[in-house]
Design a protein around this ligand. Structure first.
Ligand code: S3P
Length: 426
C-alpha cells in the first residue's frame, strides 16, 4: 500500500492511541497461565499482540472478546495443551521470544514459526538460557525460527544477560515461574520492566535490586482486571510530529509513562522540547498520564550507552527529527537496531538520503547533521512498521507530497496510525 503524505501546517488537537504493545503481550501471556478470568481493556490493536492471542488460543486458552477488550480464561501454570499445529508469531519478536519461556516448561513439543522478517531474527539469545534450564530447542541453522521447543522440568538459573533485551529477560523470568527455587536475572542496563510489574500484579514473588531480579518459582498466579495504557512508542511519532511542525499543539491521552520507557521525554525536553505531563496516575503498577506537546526548536544531541537501549524503538523517528535540530543527532551503542524487524540503521539512513538528508551509517548507529531540510521523496518501509511511521512524520515537514511505500506495515503495532494522523493535521 502506498500512502501520500502532504506537508502539514500544524499537528493539533487531542488524540487517543492504541494500548501499549509490550504490556499487552505480557498481560495476555501471564493471564493464560494464571488461574481464572483476566479482563484486559485497551488491549493493543496491533497485529503483533494478536499473534500472541492466536498462540495462546492454539495452546488451549479460551480468549473471549473483540476490538480492545478481552477476557483470557487462564488455566494455571500447568493448564496449557499441546497445539494441534504450528504456533505462528507472525512479525513479532516479542511473541516468539517471550512465549518460548513458557513453552520450555511444558510436557510437550511446540513448533514456533514467523514471517520472513522474523525468520531472519536471532534466537540464540533465548535458546542459551532455556537450554541451561533444561529445555531442548532446535532451530534453523541453530539460531533462526522455526523453533522446535521440547519442554522439560526446568531448574532455576542465575543468568547474566549478554545483551540489553527486555524480551530475553522476560523469556527467562517466564521460564523461571516453572522452576522450583530462585531464578536470578541480571541485566547489563535496566530495560523496560513491564514483566516485573505485571508478575507482581498477578501475585508472583519477585524482588528487584538495581539490575538484578530474583523470582521464586511455582507461584500461584491469580487472574486480574487490567487496563493497558496508550503506547508511548506509538505516541513518539505524534510527539515528534508536533515538535517538528510549526504551530502545533497536541494532547495525547492516557499514555504509559513507565520510567524505564520515558527516557524519550527526558531526552526531548533536554534538547529544548516543550512537553508537559499535567498529572500522573498509577494503573496496575504502571504510571499513566496525558502528554501535551508544542512545536519547539531543538538543539540536537547524542544517544549512546544506556540511553540507546532505553530509546531503541524510538530511534527511527528521532533520526528524522535529528536532521531538523540545530546540531543534529549522533546515535552510538545501538547495534541492536540491526536485528530489529529490519536493519534499522540501514533502512533509516537509506530513507533519510532519499529525503536529501546527509546521514552517515556507523557500525552501531548513525550520524545526522542538523539544520537540514526534509525534501519530498518516495520512502520505502521495507515492511517495517516503525520505518513507515517515522518517514510519514518526516514527510509532514517536507517541501511537497511524499509517498510511503509499504505503508500497511504500520498495522503491526498501530493499525489506526494513518487515520489518527489525518485527524490531527491542519
Ligand atoms: C520489547 C523489547 C525490545 C523492543 C520491542 C519490545 C519488549 O526488544 O525493541 O519492540 O516488549 O520487551 P529487545 O528485547 O529485543 O530489545
Amino acid at each position: 500500500m502506498r500512502k501520500v503524505i502532504t506537508p502539514a501546517s500544524s499537528v493539533s488537537g487531542t488524540i487517543t492511541l492504541p494500548g501499549d504493545k509490550s504490556i499487552s503481550h505480557r498481560y495476555a501471556l501471564i493471564g493464560s497461565i494464571a488461574e481464572g478470568a483476566t479482563r484486559i481493556s485497551n488491549y493493543s490493536t496491533g497485529a503483533d499482540c494478536h499473534s500472541t492471542l492466536g498462540c495462546v488460543r492454539a495452546l488451549g486458552i479460551d480468549v473471549e472478546g473483540i476490538g480492545t477488550e478481552f477476557v483470557i480464561h487462564g488455566r494455571g501454570l500447568d493448564g496449557l495443551r499441546q497445539a494441534a499445529g504450528d504456533l505462528d508469531a507472525g512479525n513479532s519478536g516479542s511473541t516468539i521470544r517471550m512465549i518460548s519461556g513458557i513453552l520450555a516448561a511444558q510436557p510437550f513439543t511446540s513448533r514456533l514459526i514467523g514471517d520472513e522478517s522474523l525468520s531472519r531474527r536471532p534466537m540464540q539469545r533465548i535458546m542459551l538460557p532455556l537450554t541451561q534450564m533444561g529445555a531442548s530447542i532446535r532451530a534453523r541453522e541453530d539460531k533462526f525460527p522455526p523453533l522446535e521447543i521440547t519442554g522439560a522440568v526446568l531448574h532455576p538459573i542465575d543468568y547474566v544477560l549478554p545483551v540489553p533485551s527486555a524480551q530475553v529477560k522476560t523469556c527467562v523470568l517466564l521460564a523461571g515461574l516453572y522452576a522450583a527455587g530462585r531464578t536470578v536475572v541480571t541485566e547489563p542496563v535496566r530495560s523496560r520492566d513491564h514483566t516485573e510489574i505485571a508478575l507482581r500484579e498477578f501475585g508472583a514473588d519477585l524482588t528487584v535490586e538495581r539490575r538484578t531480579i530474583t523470582l521464586t518459582g511455582r507461584p500461584k498466579l491469580t487472574a486480574r482486571e487490567l487496563a493497558v495504557p496508550a503506547d508511548l512508542s506509538s505516541a513518539a511519532f505524534f510527539i515528534v510530529a508536533a515538535l517538528l511542525v510549526p504551530g502545533s499543539e497536541l494532547t495525547i491521552r492516557g499514555v504509559g509513562l513507565n520510567p524505564t520507557r520515558s527516557a524519550l521525554l527526558d531526552f526531548l525536553v533536554g534538547m529544548g522540547g516543550n512537553i508537559r505531563i499535567p498529572e500522573l496516575e498509577s494503573h496496575n503498577g504502571e504510571l499513566v498520564g496525558d502528554i501535551v506537546v508544542r512545536h519547539s526548536e531543538l538543539r540536537g544531541g547524542t544517544i549512546d550507552g544506556a540511553l540507546a537501549a532505553a530509546l531503541i524503538d524510538e530511534i527511527p523517528v528521532l533520526a528524522v527529527l535529528g536532521a531538523a535540530t540545530e546540531q543534529g543527532l549522533v546515535v552510538k551503542d545501538a547495534g541492536e537496531l540491526r536485528i530489529k524487524e529490519t536493519d534499522r540503521i540501514r533502512t533509516v539512513v537509506e530513507n533519510l538520503r532519499r529525503a536529501g538528508i546527509e546521514a552517515e551509517e556507523l557500525p552501531d548507529g548513525m550520524a545526522i547533521s542538523g539544520r537540514q531540510r526534509f525534501h519530498a521523496a518516495e520512502f520505502d518501509s521495507h515492511g517495517d512498521h516503525r520505518i513507515a511511521m517515522a518517514f510519514a512524520v518526516g514527510a509532514l515537514a517536507g517541501d511537497g507530497p511524499s509517498v510511503i511505500e509499504g505503508a500497511e506495515a504500520a498495522s503491526v503495532s498501530f493499525p489506526e496510525f494513518w487515520n489518527t494522523l489525518s485527524s490531527s493535521l491542519a
